[in-house]
Ligand binder design. Structure first.
Ligand code: HEM
Length: 390
């Protein structure tokens, strides 16, 4: 075995994920392709899961030159995705966040206890039973969008499992400050629904959540990094009366504020998930989470998230030795960003009055400055009219 025991032990302080997955667990090193070796190194803590690969001369779609490069068609897919994942404010949209969650929910339908089936196999869309499960509520819009992309590109050889995972990675890097995660294609699709009950529940305790992820080979440090995806989100279904309320003060931005606010104070409108709170207080999670929240936390988190997402995106994949690295098709990362409308956003976050237009604008990635001023002016006008009439 190439990943020497010595190397594994160096990294294995009990919190990091090092376990081999899929066919990497039984394929000898001298039979691994360079791509499979790279994946093995990433998931065991050697190589970085982030990439700066670029694709300078993309052949025209449909030409023999494009057909000759597996990654070529993926450049067209990634371009289409980036268009709907970035909003006018520069923040990522609700569809982008849906894509990140969809990538997680497809891949997480695998566990060491359920054998070879499930995982990153596209079944969340290809097996309609999966989308009838409560745990997948909220993914309807992104599933409809992915299905349209699949219809457009499947004749070019694009598979659903890869489409979903490429979607998650394009979405992540489109979110300002998000990492550019190495992206592989060649997974096998399945239309068999994965075992039910493999997704985490927002009301589960820390022991249950940590065990659930460990059964997927994801150790506490990896889980700490992955839940950071909630930095972008706006819940809609845990408490429908607060639909649109974000999980930190900067929804649509891939920053570490989520960790700071989950640990400490947050404005009234920030809706903390119970699962994130109990995890943040657990001694297996808290030290790493505190590091992400502290100085230098962004780079540390991006690096760890990318590594762990490479692992997650390959759960249940038993042909890692046949995959192609298409990281070069990803959009560039946005490495510095501050919200142009944060002052207005903060006013909204400080209030508890529900305002659908602001929540919707945030979901669309639109700037909210004008919108919120219009809403405040209208409220002022109504107040003046009511006072006058009285
Ligand atoms: C402890 C584990 C987790 C639990 C209990 C959990 C639960 C949830 C829940 C309940 C929602 C809100 C759904 C809604 O009301 O709209 C949500 C949203 C989201 N989750 Fe998680 N999640 C977990 C881990 C993860 C992981 C590992 C990822 C990604 C790697 C992820 C990515 C997201 C994203 C991006 C959203 C926002 C979706 C949107 O805005 O439409 N979650 N999660």
């Amino acid at each position: 075995m190439g990943k020497t025991l010595e190397e594994l032990q160096t990294r294995d302080d009990g919190g990091d994920s090092t376990e081999l997955i899929g066919d990497l667990a039984y394929t000898p090193d001298d039979q691994l392709t360079p791509t499979a070796k790279l994946i093995k190194s990433i998931i065991t803590g050697g190589a970085s899961g982030e990439t700066s690969d670029t694709y300078p001369n993309v052949p025209i779609k449909g030409t023999s030159a494009c057909k000759a490069d597996t990654c070529c068609i993926w450049q067209y897919v990634a371009n289409d995705m980036a268009l709907v994942f970035r909003g006018a404010s520069g923040r990522c949209t609700g569809l982008a966040r849906g894509a990140v969650r969809l990538g997680f929910h497809d891949a997480a339908g695998w566990s060491k206890n359920t054998g070879k089936g499930g995982g990153a196999d596209g079944s969340i869309i290809l097996a309609p039973a999966e989308m009838t499960r409560d745990a997948n509520n909220g993914l309807q819009e992104i599933v409809a969008q992915m299905s349209r992309w699949y219809a457009r590109y499947k004749d070019y050889g694009v598979g659903m499992a890869d489409l979903i995972q490429m979607g998650a990675n394009v979405a992540t890097v489109v979110c300002p400050l998000g990492p550019r995660i190495r992206s592989f294609v060649g997974r096998k699709d399945s239309n068999v629904a994965c075992t039910d009950g493999l997704l985490p529940g927002v009301n589960q305790n820390a022991d249950a959540l940590i065990q659930l992820f460990q059964d997927k080979t994801i150790q506490p440090h990896g889980l700490t990094a992955l839940i950071g995806a909630h930095t972008t989100s706006q819940q809609r279904f845990i408490d429908p009366a607060r639909a649109g309320d974000p999980q930190d003060s900067t929804p649509g931005v891939w920053d570490v504020l989520f960790y700071k606010q989950t640990l400490g104070q947050a404005p009234p409108r920030v809706f903390k998930f119970q699962s994130d709170v109990v995890l943040s207080q657990d001694p297996r999670i808290n030290p790493e989470l505190t590091q992400f929240a502290g100085p230098g936390g962004q780079d540390h988190w991006n690096e760890d998230y990318a590594r762990e997402y490479v692992r997650l995106s390959l759960l249940g994949v038993y042909n890692i030795n046949n995959l192609t690295d298409c990281s070069k098709v990803l959009p560039p990362a946005t490495i510095s960003y501050s919200n142009p409308d944060q002052a207005v956003l903060d006013k909204w976050l400080a209030s508890t009055k529900h305002s659908d237009p602001v929540a919707k604008a945030l979901r669309d990635g639109s700037p909210i400055t004008n919108l919120l001023n219009a809403v405040l002016a209208l409220l002022g006008k109504i107040r003046r009219e009511v006072t006058f009439a009285a």
